[in-house]
Structure formats: structure tokens, C-alpha cells
Design a protein around this ligand. Structure first.
Ligand code: PXP
Length: 250
């Protein structure tokens, strides 16, 4: 039995603040403060804090990440697209980990994994630069053998398998197919000695399905925890998720 770790994605704390204060970033009333929430998550047992710095800055702002870097005591994982501006930012901040994700301005959330086969040439130098700065690098990919192999070839240490299709499966057939793909990708990644993470769309119900994917080390969960926190607070929401992650067979 291995202990599954939880990275809490707090982007939507920023979403709530921006809904009111996007045009008044320096207001003394700007709330809620993501840094305070990160501390509550850590005290409740989260193993890391995850944030996505998007090109359009729709939730997290540069200053948020700078303050998180100073205050997070567990581990800071920065999700980001591979653009020169954001890569320079990451090299200045030096988060513990970077998870490279595809990013389209118009999408509500990250919709698919990185296509490492198509973008290998652009990704590889970024991986090298980040690693030279001491940052561990993860690739957010669809659960496909070719993508796992490509992640290994670009030199990543970690893959985060996209669980969105499993989470949103409308039929049992699609659910079974997606679970098979995830299991297969996890086995493959572990053979390459890659750390296997998973994320996207995981909630308090479908976490039971996630237990059926082998070799997982860490889950990154955002929306469901933020939504649950409205009812039970962040401490409760994180504790409840951690309780559901116990007894992961590994
Ligand atoms: N992992 C990655 C790479 C993501 O882009 C996201 C969404 O920002 C998450 C995990 C968290 O997904 P959710 O909010 O659906 O839990």
C-alpha cells in the first residue's frame, strides 16, 4: 500500500477574487487571498499547492505566485504553457515543479493533454532550461502510450495523466475504455521510471475509480475541493479528500 499525495489546485480562489477585483488589484478589500487558503490546505494535510499562471491571468496573478513561492512550505507546482514570457517567469520564481500544459485562451479549463509528439522540438529546450534551474518537470498528457514515451524522450521526470475523459464519461463503456487507457499509460510510464501523477475532473465520487489506476504518486485536484469548501471550509474539504485517498492499493 502506498500513500497517495494530494496537490490542491487553488486557481479558483483567484477566480473568485478576480470576479470582483480584477480592475482593482490594489484594493484593500481584495479577497479571498489565495496565499491564506494555501496555508489552510497545508495545515489540513495537503502535500503541495498547484497553480496555473495563464497568459490571460484570469485567476492567478504574477504577485500571487511570488507570494506563494515565499510562503508555501510543502511544494509549489506551477502549471503553465510553453511560452517565452511564462518560461522566463518560472525561471525567476523557481517553483519546485513545473507542469507543462497546452493552453488556449478560449478554453474554460485545460481541455486536452500536451501533444508531445507534435511539439517535441519546442518542448525539449524548455525542459532543459527548467531542469538546469533545479525545477522538476512534469508533462500533462492524454493517457496514450506514444505520449508517455515522448515524455520520457523529452527528459521529463513526471507525467500527469489527464483524467478528464474518465471523469466526464457518460457511459460505462467509455468509462471502462478510459480506465484501461489510464492503467496502460501508468504501467508504461512506470516502466520508464517516470513519476505518475493524475489530474483533471477528479472529485469526491470518481476518486474511487482513480484507485484502480496503478503506480500513482500524486493527484492534483482543484474544482471539486474549492466547490466543497463552500460547504465545509477548506480544512474540511481537504481532509475529506485525503480520507478518500487513503488505502490506495498502489
Ligand atoms: N491538472 C492540470 C494539469 C490542470 O490543468 C487542472 C486544471 O487547472 C487540474 C489538474 C485540476 O483540475 P480540476 O480543477 O478539474 O480538479
Amino acid at each position: 500500500m502506498s500513500k497517495l499525495r494530494l496537490g490542491v489546485n487553488i486557481d479558483h480562489v483567484g477566480t473568485l477574487r478576480q470576479a470582483r477585483y480584477a480592475t482593482m488589484p490594489d484594493s484593500k478589500n481584495a479577497e479571498p487571498d489565495p496565499i491564506a487558503i494555501a496555508g489552510i490546505c497545508e495545515r489540513a494535510g495537503a502535500h503541495g499547492i498547484t497553480v496555473h499562471l495563464r497568459a490571460d491571468r484570469r485567476h492567478m496573478q504574477d504577485r500571487d505566485i511570488e507570494r506563494l513561492r515565499e510562503n508555501v512550505i510543502t511544494k509549489l507546482n506551477l502549471e503553465m504553457g510553453n511560452t517565452p514570457e511564462i518560461v522566463d517567469f518560472a525561471l525567476r520564481i523557481v517553483p519546485d515543479e513545473v507542469c507543462l500544459v497546452p493552453e488556449k485562451r478560449e478554453e474554460i479549463t485545460t481541455e486536452g493533454g500536451l501533444d508531445l509528439i507534435a511539439h517535441r522540438k519546442e518542448i525539449m529546450p524548455t525542459v532543459k532550461r527548467l531542469q538546469a534551474a533545479g525545477i522538476r518537470v512534469s508533462m500533462f498528457i492524454d493517457p496514450a502510450r506514444g505520449q508517455v514515451e515522448a515524455a520520457y524522450r523529452v527528459g521529463a521526470e513526471i507525467v500527469e495523466l489527464h483524467t478528464g475523459k474518465l471523469a466526464n464519461a457518460f457511459t460505462e463503456k467509455v468509462e471502462r475504455q478510459e480506465l484501461d487507457r489510464l492503467r496502460d499509460a501508468a504501467v508504461r510510464a512506470s516502466k520508464f521510471d517516470l513519476q505518475v501523477n493524475a489530474g483533471h475532473g477528479i472529485n469526491y465520487g470518481n476518486i474511487a475509480l482513480i484507485h484502480r489506476i496503478p503506480h500513482l504518486v500524486e493527484l492534483n485536484i482543484g474544482h471539486a475541493i474549492v466547490a466543497r469548501s463552500l460547504f465545509v471550509g477548506f480544512e474540511g474539504a481537504v481532509s475529506e479528500m485525503l480520507a478518500r485517498m487513503e488505502n490506495y492499493p498502489g
